[in-house]
Design a binder for this molecule. Structure first.
Ligand SMILES: [Fe+2]
Ligand SMILES: [Fe+2]
Length: 136
């Protein structure tokens, strides 16, 4: 990855845009009419959101690795745990052994909100510091 100022700005812009898209997809999921996780509408929205989350996490993890971010492994572990827990939660809701669609959505939005405020904010700060170190 070429470490020019424009590249760093682009990284921050890309990550912000991906977060906005993720929030939009979560709102779509929350706004689905059915309360049944295995209904086609909910299942499609959930699958789209989880698929996009995978792409976003891969993007962030590539950025962290290529910039030599010291907390890359710890941050990637949080991503991994989230995807594991989210998929277990989905299966449990579908099987009727735990929770409802609303509770699943609350888990997803709560985790994402906290992760953005903490781990992702720290990463953004690291990228901004790299950017300012290049400023004349
Ligand atoms: Fe993120
Ligand atoms: Fe992240």
């Amino acid at each position: 990855m070429c470490k020019s100022m424009d590249n760093y700005r682009e990284l921050i812009g890309d990550i912000d845009a991906q977060h906005a898209k993720l929030s939009e997809m979560l709102e779509t999921l929350q706004g689905t009419d059915s309360d049944l996780v295995d209904s086609e509408e909910v299942s499609d929205a959930l699958t789209a959101m989880i698929d996009y989350t995978h792409l976003h996490f891969d993007y962030e993890e590539n950025v962290m690795r290529s910039l030599g971010y010291a907390k890359a492994a710890e941050h990637a572990q949080q991503h991994f745990e989230f995807l594991k827990n989210a998929s277990m939660f989905c299966v449990d809701v579908i099987n009727g052994t735990r929770g409802t669609k609303k509770e699943l959505c609350n888990y997803l939005s709560g985790w994402i909100e906290q992760h953005l405020e903490e781990a992702d904010a720290e990463l953004a700060l690291f990228i901004r510091k790299k950017l300012s170190s290049l400023s004349p």
